[in-house]
Design a binder for this molecule. Structure first.
Ligand code: NOJ
Length: 764
């Protein structure tokens, strides 16, 4: 094949891109051309070149940019991640022309909640229950990512997370299967926008398949072991939904599933993903996961690990070059087949076709003349949209005596280690976001009040005074900088300004690095240094508003009891401080709802909404001894799933059912009148839950099945209707057959998962 060959082949196969599909997926009308093109190209490729395509690399201490460039010229690299500016990417892609077949690389990055403009962390996005907000954040993320020359994001993370000890709950959409599925699918569609090769589009690589969110004890990378019915009813649908939305890629999880690591799991990667779900996109391993098979104890050495991963169906090898080292020898020894290598190579080349890279190796990159003069230029940000999205993610947990909104007058004391931290408000995985461009709560409040009121600020405490934790958080970069003052001096200084003020706003919680990968906690309360600060502030007698900044549910018993008002803000991103100020001062009425249950104590975990009833359910209204409960704590959550207040009040009427029976082909509607009974305009999330009362397996007491955000003027009321059909009543039975079973179903509608109206119908 000549060096012009790829271009020549292309001329034969590329036609005008008409992407008919609206699913956000891969253009179906080009599949034939793609197949023919890829087949032709593969015939021209040597074994080494094929294996090179399976290598997904990143610059690291042992692998310099120069070494990567040499490998690109030698045809040993298929794609790259973590290189994120146009000039840097172009330097690499320029090397492609010196390779024999000139096969372009693709470039990926963890754009989880924004690229340059950072949006709220995914858990915060989920708290919006607002699909438009999620779509906006993902669309802008895609545009900014493409504008940096990248082609793929390792997102969304749709792992169901029911254990807040796991730091990565911050990266997903929480505990609920339905909510996560809707959010993940929306993100995929918004990233890919019907065509991952189009300007401003990127390919979504959904992760971490499968069940990474169910690691035992919430300890990162730990074992996952669960029943098949639990797996298919609760944990698998979110991956399936992201794939149905067209995600071009899948990242394979680091954990094992029922004893077999996902990375070598033929059942997961072949039987379910390919055969049952008909996924024909690209799979990539997670970082170093192939080598990890040895430590998992299923491969005796790296060579065997490479064999097992390829055979299982891991197409690309992220960062450990096991395929590069061993596949050739494995093929020679007959331990892997040419078909197995070709299968994976085809998936890589297909993905590159779908990204438009064969039509234009510089797709998204363009010529050097198109590079931004300043990568971090302010003009490249989408601040307004970030502020709007961030506002929707905030959850009002408590508001006694209308402490909030604050008035823009008098003196306000703003205190806390997170009140003016640009780094922390960005959250984990803040991609190419620049902390210096983040608006802190201090800046947001200051700008909101101008000279109408006095704002006093004190740090008050370090995020933690535990030196070991500080060292841990600072392992790779200085994330946490302890104050030079002693803890007591800091508290004294804070109390001084609190004493002078009309109200105290305390911004407390976690440093962003506490809710990240490798950030499992055994204690999910507010760290002691900050709790001491809060206690001192409480003792001043001033109204205390707690603004929480954190990436997971926390245990907040003291705070819930002692705060006059409490606002959950997650890590709200570049415009977080403005969004928070908007809510604190009532320029925006909060409508966020919790996407995860907040427990009272770590000992209750896992605590989530869609539990099974057990044979001895606990009844809080009639507590009995021999029921499923703890005797040393108030049972149930501190804040339930779906909970969140507003500055106005809403009422929900009894449920009206269009019919009390449903047949397999029919549909009924469950509706309620929702009324804004307060004095302010506001929005709320109306939630529909169902319960299959008696079935062949025990079914959850309440499963979220739909939701709708409604906006109401004071006094206004609206009918909110949810259609229900037989499909929504299906579940995976013990034979893993997805089917409904006739009988009684309870219907619940409310503004959170606990405070609901109830009715029932019969499936015939
Ligand atoms: C490891 C993480 O588990 C995964 O989520 C991420 O996409 C990769 N590293 C690449 O950064």
């Amino acid at each position: 094949m000549t060096t012009h060959h790829v271009i020549g082949v292309l001329a034969l196969f590329v036609s005008a891109s008409i992407y008919a599909q609206d699913s956000g997926g891969i253009p179906q009308n080009q599949v034939k051309e793609k197949n023919a093109f890829v087949s032709h190209l593969m015939k021209e490729m040597t074994l080494d070149e094929k294996i090179g395509q399976l290598n997904l690399v990143s610059v690291g201490p042992d692998y310099t940019k120069e070494a990567i460039m040499a490998d690109v010229r030698a045809g040993k690299v298929g794609g790259m991640f973590n290189t994120v500016t146009k000039p840097d990417i172009r330097r690499i892609q320029d090397q492609v022309q010196y390779s024999r077949l000139k096969i372009p690389l693709f470039y990926a990055y963890d754009v989880v909640h924004g690229q340059r403009t950072v949006f709220p962390i995914s858990l915060g996005l989920a708290a919006s229950w607002d699909l438009n907000a999620v779509a906006t954040s993902a669309r802008i993320s895609a545009e900014e990512t493409a504008a940096d020359g990248l082609n793929m994001t390792f997102s969304p993370m749709v792992d169901i997370t029911r254990d807040p000890r796991w730091g990565r709950v911050s990266e997903g959409f929480g505990e609920d299967t339905y909510l996560t599925s809707r959010m993940g699918a929306e993100m995929v569609k918004a990233y890919q926008n019907g065509d991952p090769s189009a300007p401003g589009s990127i390919m979504a690589n959904v992760k971490h398949y499968a069940l990474y969110g169910a690691v035992e004890g919430g300890r990162d990378y730990n074992t996952v072991d669960m029943s098949l019915t639990r797996m298919f009813n609760d944990y698998m649908p979110s991956y399936q939904a992201a794939l149905a939305a067209g995600a071009g890629g899948v990242m394979v999880a680091l954990n094992s599933v029922n004893g077999i690591p996902a990375t070598s799991n033929v059942w997961l990667l072949q039987d379910i993903l390919r055969k049952q779900w008909h996924f024909n996109g690209l799979t990539v391993s997670d970082h170093g996961a192939i080598g990890g098979l040895v430590k998992h104890g299923v491969a005796q050495d790296d060579r065997q690990a490479a064999m097992m991963a390829l055979k299982a169906g891991v197409d690309m090898d992220m960062a450990d070059n096991m395929y590069g080292k061993y596949l050739k020898g494995l093929l020679k020894d007959g331990l892997v087949t040419q078909q197995e290598i070709d299968r994976s190579v085809r998936h890589v080349l297909d993905a590159k076709w779908d990204m438009g890279l064969f039509a234009d190796a510089y797709r998204h990159l363009g010529p050097a003349s198109s590079d931004p003069a300043d990568t971090n230029a302010e003009s490249r940000l989408h601040r307004q949209q970030a502020r709007e999205v961030a506002r929707t993610s905030l959850v009002l947990l408590k508001n006694d005596k209308d402490t909030l909104p604050l008035q823009k007058k008098g003196t306000i004391a703003l205190i806390g280690p997170l009140a003016d931290s640009q780094r922390d408000i960005m959250g984990s995985w803040s991609a190419a976001g620049v902390a210096k461009q983040a608006v802190t709560v201090l800046k947001g409040m200051q700008d909101a009040i101008g000279d109408k009121a006095t704002l006093l600020y004190e740090r008050g405490a370090n995020v933690t005074d535990d030196k070991d934790i500080v060292d841990y958080l600072n392992t790779y970069e200085q994330q946490v900088v302890p104050d030079k003052r002693t803890p007591q001096q800091m508290i004294d200084d804070a109390v001084k300004i609190a004493d002078k003020s009309d109200v105290v706003v305390a911004v407390v919680g976690e440093a962003q690095g506490m809710a990240h990968e490798a950030s499992s906690r055994s204690d999910i309360s507010i760290p002691e240094s900050q709790r001491n600060l809060l206690k001192a502030l409480k003792a001043t007698g001033k109204p205390l508003v707690i603004v929480l900044m954190n990436g997971r549910p926390l245990t907040l018993n003291w705070e819930a009891e002692n705060a006059d008002a409490m606002l959950e803000t997650w890590f709200s991103g570049t415009e977080g401080g403005n969004a928070i100020a908007d809510v604190l001062f009532g320029d925006y009425n909060p409508s966020g709802k919790l996407p995860m249950t907040f427990p009272r104590s770590v000992g209750q975990i896992p605590l989530y909404n869609s539990v099974l009833n057990t044979g001895r359910p606990f009844n809080p209204k009639k507590p009995e001894k021999y029921t499923s409960r703890y005797f040393d704590i108030t049972n149930g959550p501190l804040y339930p799933f779906g909970f969140g207040l507003s500055y106005t009040q809403f009422s929900v009427s009894d449920i009206t059912l269009s019919s009390t029976t449903l047949n397999a082909k029919g549909q009924l509607t469950a509706s309620v009148m929702v009324k804004n009974t307060g004095k302010r305009a506001g929005a709320t999330i109306v939630q529909l839950y169902l319960q299959d009362v008696t079935a062949s397996i025990s079914r959850p007491v309440k499963e979220l099945k739909n939701f709708e955000k409604v906006e109401l003027a004071p006094g206004e009321e609206k009918r909110v209707s949810f259609p229900i059909d037989e499909k929504q009543l299906r579940f995976y039975n013990t034979q893993l057959k997805w089917a409904s079973e006739p009988g009684k179903f309870n219907v619940f509608i409310g503004l959170d998962s606990q405070d609901v109206q109830q009715s029932s119908f019969l499936l015939e």
